[in-house]
Design a protein around this ligand. Structure first.
Ligand code: FES
Length: 200
């Protein structure tokens, strides 16, 4: 998304809704009052969840005020970590891991499918507005490579055919169930029966 488009989408104001305020209150209890600015990261995450998975500048200002800390300090944190989205993303936000283990197991094919099915470029929302995608570094599920994260869910043990089905389901706003697409439970090995075939 171009800088102008991002600028156009910035809301004038932001404030926590009732639910976020309650959660923010809980979060603040974890820190000594004099160190309440340490809560900046979970509060940014809270703002992101409330605001369709991205953090506008107004939310950073609101959090700075909420934690009595300089706006620039909140901005520095928000712009440092890639888990914070600073521009609108699709309702289904797809993060494709392309670090070595996933790449060796075919992550490049997943990226190619995202380009074909969703949008030619990263951070570009699909024409129907449902999805956007980016490449990311290791998401800590290398044992189930290749994999991708969609909002808060992991889709693992992927191949091209299954990825295509998942992307189609997301574009139709009817997401398939996340998890292993080789039927593995967590990171358990696949069952191999006496006929030598693999079974879920
Ligand atoms: S390399 Fe992809 S999850 Fe670790």
């Amino acid at each position: 998304m171009s800088l102008k488009k991002v600028h156009d989408k910035q809301p004038e104001n932001f404030s926590f809704n009732e639910d976020s305020l309650r959660k923010a209150d809980e979060i603040l209890k974890r820190y000594p009052t004099e160190n309440k600015k340490s809560a900046v990261m979970p509060l940014l995450y809270l703002a992101q969840r409330q605001n369709e998975n991205w953090i506008p500048l107004a939310a950073m200002k609101y959090i700075a005020n909420y934690l009595s800390m300089p706006y620039i300090s909140v901005y520095e944190v928000a712009t440092f970590y890639t888990m914070y989205n600073l521009a609108p993303v699709g309702k289904h936000f797809i993060q494709v891991c392309t670090t070595t283990p996933c790449l060796i197991r075919g992550a490049d094919k997943i990226v190619k499918l995202c380009k074909e099915k969703i949008s030619p470029n990263e951070n570009e929302i699909s024409k129907n507005g449902t999805c956007s995608w980016i490449e990311v570094e290791c998401l800590g599920a290398c044992v189930s490579a290749p994999m991708m994260q969609v909002n808060e869910d992991y889709y693992e043990d992927l191949n091209e055919k299954d990825t295509l089905k998942i992307l189609d389901s997301l574009m139709k706003d009817k997401p398939l169930k996340p998890g292993s697409f080789r039927g593995r439970k967590n990171t358990s090995p696949e069952k191999i029966q006496s006929d030598g075939e693999k079974h879920a």
